[in-house]
Design a protein around this ligand. Structure first.
Ligand SMILES: NC(=O)c1ccc[n+]([C@@H]2O[C@H](COP(=O)([O-])OP(=O)(O)OC[C@H]3O[C@@H](n4cnc5c(N)ncnc54)[C@H](O)[C@@H]3O)[C@@H](O)[C@H]2O)c1
Length: 261
């Protein structure tokens, strides 16, 4: 029980990585706020968690709505008595090459993927500072925050900024015992990456992943658990890559001399 007595506020908690993280955190003793604009998904997960004896609350809000975020954080604190962990996972996509990308799509992605990550972190930090017991903020970045993702330029740009935002938060809030870290997952099977169901895409991705498989949401949830728990009490301003080795494997793809044989 690594999170006994702690409360986690998880945006994008209704699906994929956020939902798996919520389940793991509850198994480890935390209370969780499931924050997701998909009310049906958030309510269903909270139903499942509470039926299993866990403590969970549903907040079917849009994370770009500042007032709604602030009251969800206050309500979470009121309901569970503490706020210790934030996981920022909410995302929407805005596919398209930069040359064709509509301004409205660019702004909508930056709004959810970066701006809301800033606002949720800021409002949570105010509460944590008042509470005086520190905290852990975990921001979902991506491999795409480390390398440009053609056709997803707004996403890559937001995810790169999320890494810097996490470092900035970490350094500014360290004096309050608040840690902030980013996670950079590679390709993980979730509703967001339904294309991984295509056998050809799947086999192609597996072939270029050094550890030989597509990730599952639990791979990322376990990293989030490490960053949320006291096991990582001296880890802050870090970007944890969880990707089966793919982002570091560029030399596997360069033609020409291989030194190994
Ligand atoms: N799946 C992957 O391969 C992968 C890889 C790298 C990074 N990530 C990151 O991990 C995080 C979770 O991804 P996932 O694959 O679990 O996605 P997902 O699509 O399964 O879940 C995202 C959730 O965010 C919610 N959401 C979207 N916009 C929202 C808004 N404005 N307000 C509130 N909720 C909103 C959606 O309703 C959805 O439930 C994202 O930040 C994503 O960029 C995922």
């Amino acid at each position: 029980m690594k999170l006994e007595g702690k409360t986690a506020f998880i945006t994008g908690g209704g699906s994929g990585i956020g939902a798996e993280t919520a389940k793991l955190f509850v198994r480890e003793g935390a209370a969780v706020a499931i924050v997701d604009r998909n009310a049906e998904a958030a309510d269903a997960l909270v139903g499942e968690l509470t039926e299993g004896g866990g403590a969970a609350g549903s907040f079917p809000i849009d994370v770009t709505d500042e007032a709604a975020v602030t009251s969800a954080l206050t309500e979470t604190h009121g309901a569970f008595g503490t706020l210790d962990i934030v996981v920022n996972g909410a995302i929407r996509m805005a596919p398209g090459r930069l040359v064709d990308l509509a301004t409205a799509d660019w702004k909508a992605l930056i709004d959810v993927g970066l701006h809301a990550t800033f606002v949720v972190g800021r409002e949570a930090a105010k509460l944590m500072i008042r509470q005086g017991t520190g905290g852990s903020i975990i921001n979902l970045s991506s491999n795409a925050g480390l390398a440009p993702y053609p056709g997803a330029g707004a996403y890559s740009t937001a995810k790169a900024a999320v890494i810097m935002l996490s470092k900035q938060q970490a350094i500014e809030w360290a004096e309050h015992g608040i840690r902030s870290n980013a996670i950079c997952p590679g390709h993980v099977e979730t509703p967001l990456t339904a294309y991984l169901q295509d056998p050809e895409i799947r086999a192609g991705r597996e072939a270029v992943t050094p550890l030989g498989r597509i990730g599952v949401a639990d791979d990322v949830a376990q990293a989030a658990l490490y960053l949320a728990s006291d096991d990582s009490s001296w880890v802050t301003a870090h970007a944890l890559v969880v990707d089966g080795g793919i982002v570091a494997s560029i030399y596997n793809h360069l033609p020409g001399r291989k030194w190994s044989s």
